[in-house]
Design a protein around this ligand. Structure first.
Ligand code: FES
Length: 79
């Protein structure tokens, strides 16, 4: 498996699902112990085990955008 085999997928109103061999570092550059090939990273801000998802997003009603916006759409003025 190479770095190119890593995928990051935003789950519907939930965490980023990261599949592949990754190293997760904290703000000081220290590595978290990760013993799984798939991890879920919190993007709602509510997890008590950041940076990992603990399911709190569903309790707080986290509402997120999951769809990629094409560059041509992003440059259009709002209608
Ligand atoms: S995304 Fe799941 S707790 Fe934040």
């Amino acid at each position: 498996m190479t770095d190119a085999d890593v995928t990051i997928t935003p789950l519907e109103n939930g965490p980023y699902l990261v599949k592949g061999p990754v190293t997760v570092l904290d703000a000081d550059g220290s590595a978290y112990e990760v013993d799984r090939s798939t991890i879920a990273l919190c993007r709602c801000g509510g997890s008590t085990s950041k940076p990992f998802c603990d399911g709190t997003h569903s309790k707080m009603g986290f509402d997120a955008a999951e769809r990629a916006v094409r560059e041509t759409d992003a440059n259009k003025p709002p209608q």
